[in-house]
Design a protein around this ligand. Structure first.
Ligand code: SF4
Length: 372
Protein backbone atom coordinates (compact mmCIF):
# COMPACT_ATOMS: atom_id res chain seq x y z
CA UNK A 1 0.00 0.00 0.00
CA UNK A 2 1.55 3.30 -1.08
CA UNK A 3 0.32 6.83 -0.62
CA UNK A 4 -2.12 8.53 1.68
CA UNK A 5 -5.81 8.91 2.30
CA UNK A 6 -6.87 12.44 3.22
CA UNK A 7 -7.60 13.37 6.82
CA UNK A 8 -9.59 16.59 6.24
CA UNK A 9 -10.73 19.23 8.66
CA UNK A 10 -14.43 19.26 7.81
CA UNK A 11 -16.10 22.68 7.65
CA UNK A 12 -19.03 23.49 9.95
CA UNK A 13 -20.99 24.61 6.88
CA UNK A 14 -20.53 23.11 3.42
CA UNK A 15 -20.44 25.34 0.31
CA UNK A 16 -21.58 24.48 -3.24
CA UNK A 17 -17.93 24.72 -4.35
CA UNK A 18 -16.92 22.01 -1.90
CA UNK A 19 -19.92 19.84 -2.81
CA UNK A 20 -18.98 20.04 -6.50
CA UNK A 21 -15.33 19.26 -5.71
CA UNK A 22 -16.43 16.29 -3.62
CA UNK A 23 -18.63 14.98 -6.42
CA UNK A 24 -15.69 15.17 -8.84
CA UNK A 25 -13.30 13.37 -6.47
CA UNK A 26 -13.91 12.87 -2.71
CA UNK A 27 -10.19 12.32 -2.09
CA UNK A 28 -9.20 15.57 -3.82
CA UNK A 29 -11.83 17.51 -1.85
CA UNK A 30 -10.45 15.89 1.32
CA UNK A 31 -6.78 16.58 0.51
CA UNK A 32 -7.74 20.20 -0.12
CA UNK A 33 -8.83 20.44 3.53
CA UNK A 34 -6.08 18.27 5.01
CA UNK A 35 -3.56 20.55 6.78
CA UNK A 36 -0.72 18.06 6.30
CA UNK A 37 -0.86 18.20 2.47
CA UNK A 38 -2.88 21.28 1.55
CA UNK A 39 0.42 23.13 0.98
CA UNK A 40 0.77 21.13 -2.24
CA UNK A 41 -2.03 23.23 -3.71
CA UNK A 42 -0.30 26.37 -4.94
CA UNK A 43 -0.97 29.21 -7.30
CA UNK A 44 0.42 28.53 -10.77
CA UNK A 45 1.65 31.25 -13.13
CA UNK A 46 -1.47 31.12 -15.32
CA UNK A 47 -3.72 31.69 -12.29
CA UNK A 48 -1.40 34.46 -11.09
CA UNK A 49 -1.89 36.31 -14.40
CA UNK A 50 -5.67 36.07 -13.87
CA UNK A 51 -5.35 37.44 -10.34
CA UNK A 52 -3.27 40.40 -11.56
CA UNK A 53 -5.83 41.16 -14.29
CA UNK A 54 -8.65 41.12 -11.73
CA UNK A 55 -6.79 43.33 -9.26
CA UNK A 56 -5.85 45.86 -11.93
CA UNK A 57 -9.41 46.09 -13.29
CA UNK A 58 -10.73 46.57 -9.77
CA UNK A 59 -8.51 49.65 -9.48
CA UNK A 60 -9.66 51.14 -12.81
CA UNK A 61 -11.30 54.54 -12.70
CA UNK A 62 -9.66 55.48 -9.41
CA UNK A 63 -7.28 57.96 -11.09
CA UNK A 64 -4.19 55.73 -10.98
CA UNK A 65 -1.91 55.02 -13.94
CA UNK A 66 -2.28 51.59 -15.55
CA UNK A 67 1.48 50.91 -15.64
CA UNK A 68 1.84 51.65 -11.91
CA UNK A 69 -1.06 49.41 -10.89
CA UNK A 70 0.05 46.61 -13.20
CA UNK A 71 3.66 46.72 -11.94
CA UNK A 72 2.62 46.79 -8.28
CA UNK A 73 0.20 43.90 -8.72
CA UNK A 74 2.76 41.89 -10.73
CA UNK A 75 5.44 42.47 -8.09
CA UNK A 76 3.17 41.33 -5.29
CA UNK A 77 2.01 38.28 -7.32
CA UNK A 78 5.62 37.28 -7.95
CA UNK A 79 6.49 37.59 -4.24
CA UNK A 80 3.52 35.42 -3.28
CA UNK A 81 4.43 32.80 -5.88
CA UNK A 82 8.07 32.75 -4.77
CA UNK A 83 7.00 32.29 -1.12
CA UNK A 84 4.62 29.46 -2.02
CA UNK A 85 7.12 27.61 -4.21
CA UNK A 86 10.29 28.09 -2.09
CA UNK A 87 12.92 26.69 -2.25
CA UNK A 88 12.19 26.65 -6.01
CA UNK A 89 12.32 29.99 -7.83
CA UNK A 90 9.50 30.81 -10.26
CA UNK A 91 10.32 32.52 -13.57
CA UNK A 92 9.81 36.27 -13.88
CA UNK A 93 6.20 37.36 -14.60
CA UNK A 94 7.05 38.34 -18.19
CA UNK A 95 7.60 34.62 -18.85
CA UNK A 96 4.23 33.53 -17.44
CA UNK A 97 1.63 32.16 -19.88
CA UNK A 98 -0.38 34.77 -21.83
CA UNK A 99 1.43 37.59 -20.00
CA UNK A 100 1.71 40.07 -22.89
CA UNK A 101 -1.71 39.29 -24.35
CA UNK A 102 -3.51 39.63 -21.00
CA UNK A 103 -1.68 42.86 -20.22
CA UNK A 104 -2.77 44.40 -23.54
CA UNK A 105 -6.39 43.34 -23.10
CA UNK A 106 -6.55 44.59 -19.52
CA UNK A 107 -4.97 47.87 -20.58
CA UNK A 108 -7.75 48.46 -23.12
CA UNK A 109 -10.49 47.72 -20.55
CA UNK A 110 -8.69 49.83 -17.96
CA UNK A 111 -8.71 52.77 -20.39
CA UNK A 112 -12.45 52.32 -21.06
CA UNK A 113 -13.09 52.42 -17.33
CA UNK A 114 -11.06 55.62 -17.02
CA UNK A 115 -13.28 57.30 -19.60
CA UNK A 116 -16.67 56.03 -18.51
CA UNK A 117 -16.22 55.59 -14.76
CA UNK A 118 -15.37 52.33 -13.11
CA UNK A 119 -18.03 49.66 -13.46
CA UNK A 120 -15.73 47.11 -11.87
CA UNK A 121 -15.01 49.43 -8.98
CA UNK A 122 -18.62 50.26 -8.28
CA UNK A 123 -19.57 46.58 -8.20
CA UNK A 124 -16.57 45.79 -6.04
CA UNK A 125 -17.53 48.50 -3.59
CA UNK A 126 -21.10 47.22 -3.37
CA UNK A 127 -19.85 43.71 -2.86
CA UNK A 128 -17.42 44.87 -0.19
CA UNK A 129 -20.08 46.84 1.64
CA UNK A 130 -22.60 44.01 1.47
CA UNK A 131 -20.06 41.46 2.67
CA UNK A 132 -18.80 43.68 5.44
CA UNK A 133 -22.30 44.34 6.68
CA UNK A 134 -23.22 40.68 6.71
CA UNK A 135 -19.94 39.34 8.09
CA UNK A 136 -20.05 41.91 10.90
CA UNK A 137 -23.56 40.80 11.68
CA UNK A 138 -22.52 37.15 11.71
CA UNK A 139 -19.53 37.82 13.92
CA UNK A 140 -21.72 39.55 16.48
CA UNK A 141 -24.30 36.77 16.45
CA UNK A 142 -22.16 33.69 15.97
CA UNK A 143 -22.64 30.87 16.72
CA UNK A 144 -26.41 31.52 16.73
CA UNK A 145 -26.60 31.72 12.93
CA UNK A 146 -30.33 31.13 13.02
CA UNK A 147 -30.77 34.63 14.29
CA UNK A 148 -29.29 35.99 11.05
CA UNK A 149 -32.62 35.16 9.42
CA UNK A 150 -34.20 37.83 11.58
CA UNK A 151 -31.77 40.41 10.27
CA UNK A 152 -33.47 40.58 6.90
CA UNK A 153 -32.00 43.01 4.41
CA UNK A 154 -34.11 43.86 1.39
CA UNK A 155 -33.30 42.51 -2.08
CA UNK A 156 -31.24 42.77 -4.19
CA UNK A 157 -28.37 40.96 -2.51
CA UNK A 158 -25.00 41.12 -4.22
CA UNK A 159 -22.66 38.32 -3.19
CA UNK A 160 -24.29 38.05 0.20
CA UNK A 161 -23.17 35.12 2.40
CA UNK A 162 -26.08 32.85 3.28
CA UNK A 163 -26.10 30.15 5.96
CA UNK A 164 -28.68 27.53 6.86
CA UNK A 165 -28.15 25.87 10.22
CA UNK A 166 -30.74 23.15 9.43
CA UNK A 167 -28.88 21.81 6.40
CA UNK A 168 -25.45 23.10 7.50
CA UNK A 169 -24.97 24.71 4.09
CA UNK A 170 -23.58 28.10 3.15
CA UNK A 171 -23.15 29.92 -0.14
CA UNK A 172 -22.63 33.29 -1.79
CA UNK A 173 -24.89 33.74 -4.83
CA UNK A 174 -23.74 36.43 -7.26
CA UNK A 175 -27.11 38.18 -7.18
CA UNK A 176 -30.55 37.61 -5.64
CA UNK A 177 -33.24 39.99 -6.82
CA UNK A 178 -36.98 40.27 -7.26
CA UNK A 179 -38.72 40.38 -10.66
CA UNK A 180 -42.47 40.58 -11.06
CA UNK A 181 -43.06 39.21 -7.60
CA UNK A 182 -40.66 36.30 -8.08
CA UNK A 183 -37.30 35.78 -6.38
CA UNK A 184 -34.56 35.30 -9.00
CA UNK A 185 -31.05 33.97 -8.35
CA UNK A 186 -28.52 35.03 -10.96
CA UNK A 187 -25.12 33.41 -11.40
CA UNK A 188 -22.58 35.00 -13.76
CA UNK A 189 -20.32 32.67 -15.72
CA UNK A 190 -17.62 34.58 -17.54
CA UNK A 191 -15.10 31.88 -18.49
CA UNK A 192 -15.21 29.18 -21.16
CA UNK A 193 -17.28 26.30 -19.83
CA UNK A 194 -15.33 23.06 -19.45
CA UNK A 195 -16.87 19.73 -20.35
CA UNK A 196 -19.36 18.60 -17.70
CA UNK A 197 -19.64 22.07 -16.19
CA UNK A 198 -23.37 22.31 -16.93
CA UNK A 199 -24.32 19.70 -14.34
CA UNK A 200 -22.06 21.38 -11.76
CA UNK A 201 -23.67 24.75 -12.43
CA UNK A 202 -27.14 23.26 -12.01
CA UNK A 203 -26.15 21.67 -8.69
CA UNK A 204 -24.64 24.97 -7.53
CA UNK A 205 -27.76 26.97 -8.44
CA UNK A 206 -30.11 24.47 -6.78
CA UNK A 207 -28.09 24.67 -3.57
CA UNK A 208 -28.39 28.46 -3.74
CA UNK A 209 -32.14 27.95 -4.26
CA UNK A 210 -32.33 25.94 -1.03
CA UNK A 211 -30.40 28.61 0.88
CA UNK A 212 -32.41 31.53 -0.47
CA UNK A 213 -35.74 29.69 0.08
CA UNK A 214 -34.76 29.01 3.69
CA UNK A 215 -33.64 32.58 4.23
CA UNK A 216 -36.69 34.24 2.69
CA UNK A 217 -39.27 31.57 3.46
CA UNK A 218 -40.31 31.23 -0.21
CA UNK A 219 -41.18 27.86 -1.70
CA UNK A 220 -39.79 28.40 -5.20
CA UNK A 221 -37.24 30.63 -6.88
CA UNK A 222 -36.16 31.22 -10.48
CA UNK A 223 -32.59 30.23 -11.39
CA UNK A 224 -30.69 32.00 -14.17
CA UNK A 225 -27.16 31.61 -15.50
CA UNK A 226 -25.88 34.68 -17.38
CA UNK A 227 -22.87 34.20 -19.65
CA UNK A 228 -20.36 36.78 -20.82
CA UNK A 229 -22.32 37.47 -24.05
CA UNK A 230 -25.46 38.29 -22.07
CA UNK A 231 -27.26 35.04 -22.84
CA UNK A 232 -29.48 33.69 -20.08
CA UNK A 233 -29.95 29.98 -19.35
CA UNK A 234 -32.75 28.90 -17.03
CA UNK A 235 -32.08 26.08 -14.58
CA UNK A 236 -35.00 23.96 -13.46
CA UNK A 237 -35.76 24.51 -9.79
CA UNK A 238 -38.58 22.12 -8.87
CA UNK A 239 -38.69 21.30 -5.13
CA UNK A 240 -37.72 17.68 -5.91
CA UNK A 241 -34.55 18.71 -7.75
CA UNK A 242 -33.61 21.19 -5.02
CA UNK A 243 -34.15 18.49 -2.37
CA UNK A 244 -31.93 16.10 -4.37
CA UNK A 245 -29.18 18.73 -4.47
CA UNK A 246 -29.43 19.26 -0.71
CA UNK A 247 -29.21 15.49 -0.16
CA UNK A 248 -26.00 15.38 -2.26
CA UNK A 249 -24.53 18.22 -0.17
CA UNK A 250 -25.44 16.55 3.10
CA UNK A 251 -23.95 13.21 2.03
CA UNK A 252 -20.70 14.96 1.10
CA UNK A 253 -20.66 16.84 4.39
CA UNK A 254 -21.32 13.65 6.39
CA UNK A 255 -18.42 11.89 4.61
CA UNK A 256 -16.02 14.78 5.29
CA UNK A 257 -17.02 14.80 8.97
CA UNK A 258 -16.59 11.00 9.17
CA UNK A 259 -13.17 11.25 7.48
CA UNK A 260 -12.15 13.93 9.99
CA UNK A 261 -13.02 11.53 12.81
CA UNK A 262 -11.08 8.76 11.06
CA UNK A 263 -14.26 6.70 10.55
CA UNK A 264 -14.25 6.85 6.74
CA UNK A 265 -11.61 6.90 4.03
CA UNK A 266 -12.42 9.23 1.18
CA UNK A 267 -12.04 7.34 -2.06
CA UNK A 268 -10.41 8.80 -5.15
CA UNK A 269 -11.78 8.79 -8.67
CA UNK A 270 -8.59 8.35 -10.69
CA UNK A 271 -8.99 9.21 -14.37
CA UNK A 272 -6.80 11.22 -16.76
CA UNK A 273 -9.33 14.05 -16.80
CA UNK A 274 -9.66 14.44 -13.02
CA UNK A 275 -6.05 13.68 -12.05
CA UNK A 276 -4.25 15.56 -14.83
CA UNK A 277 -3.86 18.84 -12.95
CA UNK A 278 -4.32 17.50 -9.42
CA UNK A 279 -1.52 18.66 -7.08
CA UNK A 280 -2.07 15.63 -4.83
CA UNK A 281 -1.07 12.98 -7.41
CA UNK A 282 2.26 12.28 -5.74
CA UNK A 283 0.63 11.41 -2.40
CA UNK A 284 -2.77 10.05 -3.45
CA UNK A 285 -3.10 6.34 -2.84
CA UNK A 286 -5.97 6.02 -5.31
CA UNK A 287 -3.82 7.53 -8.06
CA UNK A 288 -0.61 5.67 -7.27
CA UNK A 289 -2.43 2.33 -7.19
CA UNK A 290 -4.75 2.92 -10.17
CA UNK A 291 -4.44 0.97 -13.42
CA UNK A 292 -1.95 2.69 -15.81
CA UNK A 293 -4.74 3.86 -18.15
CA UNK A 294 -6.11 6.12 -15.39
CA UNK A 295 -2.85 8.03 -15.00
CA UNK A 296 -0.70 10.34 -17.04
CA UNK A 297 2.45 8.25 -17.23
CA UNK A 298 5.63 9.73 -15.82
CA UNK A 299 4.15 12.72 -13.97
CA UNK A 300 3.92 11.38 -10.40
CA UNK A 301 5.51 8.62 -8.36
CA UNK A 302 6.36 7.48 -4.84
CA UNK A 303 9.95 6.57 -4.08
CA UNK A 304 12.35 5.50 -1.32
CA UNK A 305 15.70 7.29 -1.01
CA UNK A 306 18.63 4.91 -1.54
CA UNK A 307 21.68 7.24 -1.74
CA UNK A 308 22.29 10.99 -1.53
CA UNK A 309 25.06 12.66 -3.57
CA UNK A 310 27.93 14.18 -1.61
CA UNK A 311 26.99 17.57 -3.13
CA UNK A 312 23.46 17.34 -1.68
CA UNK A 313 20.03 15.95 -2.54
CA UNK A 314 19.15 18.73 -4.99
CA UNK A 315 22.21 17.77 -7.03
CA UNK A 316 21.14 14.18 -7.06
CA UNK A 317 19.93 11.08 -5.31
CA UNK A 318 19.41 7.47 -6.22
CA UNK A 319 15.95 6.21 -5.36
CA UNK A 320 13.68 3.22 -5.81
CA UNK A 321 10.28 3.98 -7.32
CA UNK A 322 7.65 1.90 -5.56
CA UNK A 323 4.50 3.15 -7.29
CA UNK A 324 2.97 3.33 -9.83
CA UNK A 325 3.70 -0.26 -10.66
CA UNK A 326 4.82 0.34 -14.27
CA UNK A 327 7.55 2.76 -13.07
CA UNK A 328 8.97 0.59 -10.31
CA UNK A 329 12.75 0.34 -10.23
CA UNK A 330 15.91 2.30 -9.57
CA UNK A 331 15.91 5.91 -10.71
CA UNK A 332 18.29 8.86 -10.68
CA UNK A 333 16.64 12.05 -9.36
CA UNK A 334 18.03 15.58 -9.80
CA UNK A 335 16.62 19.03 -9.09
CA UNK A 336 13.85 17.96 -6.70
CA UNK A 337 13.02 20.69 -4.13
CA UNK A 338 14.20 18.99 -0.93
CA UNK A 339 14.30 21.61 1.83
CA UNK A 340 16.70 19.47 3.90
CA UNK A 341 18.76 16.38 3.19
CA UNK A 342 16.38 13.39 3.09
CA UNK A 343 17.23 10.38 5.21
CA UNK A 344 18.27 7.17 3.51
CA UNK A 345 15.19 4.96 3.44
CA UNK A 346 12.72 7.85 3.72
CA UNK A 347 9.67 7.67 1.44
CA UNK A 348 8.42 10.55 -0.71
CA UNK A 349 5.75 11.35 -3.26
CA UNK A 350 6.45 13.71 -6.17
CA UNK A 351 4.66 15.07 -9.20
CA UNK A 352 5.33 17.35 -12.17
CA UNK A 353 8.81 16.37 -13.30
CA UNK A 354 10.38 14.98 -16.45
CA UNK A 355 11.14 11.29 -16.52
CA UNK A 356 13.33 9.83 -19.24
CA UNK A 357 15.41 6.68 -19.33
CA UNK A 358 15.58 6.24 -15.58
CA UNK A 359 16.31 9.90 -14.85
CA UNK A 360 13.73 12.16 -13.16
CA UNK A 361 14.51 15.88 -13.45
CA UNK A 362 12.72 18.41 -11.27
CA UNK A 363 11.17 21.62 -12.57
CA UNK A 364 10.32 24.69 -10.48
CA UNK A 365 6.73 23.39 -10.34
CA UNK A 366 7.77 19.95 -9.03
CA UNK A 367 5.82 19.06 -5.89
CA UNK A 368 7.42 16.90 -3.22
CA UNK A 369 5.97 15.55 0.02
CA UNK A 370 7.04 12.95 2.61
CA UNK A 371 4.90 9.82 2.71
CA UNK A 372 5.65 8.72 6.27
S1 SF4 B 1 -4.85 12.30 -7.97
FE1 SF4 B 1 -6.83 11.86 -8.91
S2 SF4 B 1 -7.82 10.39 -7.55
FE2 SF4 B 1 -6.17 11.36 -6.39
S3 SF4 B 1 -7.08 13.10 -5.35
FE3 SF4 B 1 -6.29 13.87 -7.26
S4 SF4 B 1 -8.02 13.75 -8.69
FE4 SF4 B 1 -8.53 12.42 -6.95
Amino acid sequence: MTGLYPRPEAPSYISPTLVIAFEACPAKAGFGRDPSVVGLRRTGPAAAVGIIAHEVLAAAGAGVAFDDVWSASAGSAFEKLAAQWAPATPPQPSQWPNWALTRERVKVKFGDSDTHGSFVNSVTDDVRASRLQHVTLLASMSPQLDSVKNAYTPLPWIERQLFDSDTRMMGIPDLVEEHDGQVVIVDHKTGTAREGAEADHELQLRLYAALVSAELGVSRVRLEIHNASGQVRLVESSPGLVDDAVAIAQRAHASLLAAERGEEQLSGKPAPKTCGGCPFRGVCRAYLEAPPGDRRAGRAFAFDVLEVDDAGARQGIWARVIAPVEQQGRVRITGFPFADEPEIGSRWGASDFELREGHARGHWTTLLHPLQ
